[in-house]
Design a protein around this ligand. Sequence first.
Ligand code: NAD
Ligand code: UDP
Length: 335
Amino acid sequence: MRPTYFKMEPQMDLIKKRILVSGGAGFIGSHLCERLLSRGHDVLSVDNYFTGRRANIANLLTYGNFEAMRHDVTMPLHAEIDEIYNLACPASPVHYQFDPVQTIKTSVMGAINMLGLAKRTRARILQASTSEVYGDPTVHPQPESYHGNVSIIGPRACYDEGKRCAETLFFDYHRQHGVRIKVARIFNTYGPRMRPDDGRVVSNFIVQALRGDDITLYGDGGQTRAFCFVDDMVDGLIRLMETDDDVTGPINLGNPQEIPVLALATRIVALTGSRSRIVTQDLPVDDPMQRCPDITKAQTILGWRPHIGLDVGLLRTIDYFKNLLALPDIKQAAE
Ligand code: NAD
Ligand code: UDP
C-alpha cells in the first residue's frame, strides 16, 4: 500500500509542468518536491547527496511522477523541463566550510550549468540565494537594495561570494540571453528533515536539548537571527516562481520575527522541558551580529508573508527530532 506521505491538494494546478529541483533531497528541497508533486507536476530531484538524505525523498519515490537522479551540478546536465528550482548547495556553515572550493564550484558552476539548461529548454529558473549576500549587515533590517558587507577572504566567503556570483550570473543570463529568472534571498529557515548533525543553530539546540547535552551557545548569544518555518518558505518560493516574467527579484523571503540566539536557546530548553545547561563557546569568525529581512517586496509583489510563528514551528521540529532520535539506528536514519 502507498504510504500516505503527503495530501493531494484539492486544487491541483491546471497545467502539468516538468520541474527540476536541484538539491531536491535536501532539507528545503525535499519539502519543495513534495509540495510540487501534490500540485500534480512531474518532479525530478537532482542531488549528489552531500548533505541531502535519501530518507528525505524515499516516500516520494513510490509516486510515478517523481524521479531522483544522483548528479553533481558542477557537471552539465541534459533534461527536458519547464522549470528549475536551483537549490543545490550546502547551506550550513559547518558543511559549506568543509570543502570550500567545492562550495564555490557548486554555486558558480552549478549556476552556469542550470542557467545553460534553462537557456536551451527555455525553462524558468529560480535561484535559492541567501541573506548571506548581505554579510554582517550595517543596515537593519535588510532590504533588497542593500549591497551588503561581506568579507571577501574569510571562512564564510566560499558560500557568501559564491552565492553573490550566482546572482550576478542569473542577471547576466537574463540580460544577455533572455533567460526568465527569479532570485529569492532566503533567510534562516528551519523545520523537519534537517539533519541531526546539520550544525545550524535550531537543529543543534533541539538535538542537544533532547539528548540532555550542553547547549552550545556561540559568543554571548546577543547576535540575532529571524527564523522562518519551512512550509512558509516553500509557499514563498512557489509564489515567486509563478509571478509574471518581468518579476526577477531579488526578493527577500524570511520571517521578520527577530530573536537573539540566547533567547532561542532558552525557548528551546523550555519547549523541550530539557535539563540541558547553556554553555558558551567562541563566536565563529565573521558570524553576522544581526539579521532580519525586510519583506515589504514579498508582501506587495507576492502577497506573501509567513504564517507559522516561532513556537509552533519549533514544536513541530522538536516532534520530528524526537521521532528521529528514537529510531534504533540513528546513523542509518541519517543515510
Ligand atoms: P541542505 O544542505 O539540506 O540542501 C542542499 C542540497 O544540495 C543537499 O541535498 C545536497 O546534497 C545538495 N548538493 C550540495 N552540493 C551539490 C552538488 N554539487 N550537486 C548536487 N547537489 C548538491 O540545505 P537547505 O537548507 O535545504 O538549503 C537549500 C538551498 O537554500 C541552498 O542553496 C541554500 O544555500 C539555500 N538557503 C537555505 C537557507 C536555510 O536557512 N535553510 C538560508 C539561505 C539559503
Ligand atoms: N550558533 C550557536 N550555536 C550553535 C550553532 C549556531 O550559537 O550550536 C549561532 C551562530 O553562531 C549564529 C547563529 O547561531 O550566530 C545562527 O547560526 P547558523 O549556523 O544556524 O546560521 P547562520 O545564520 O550563521 O548562517
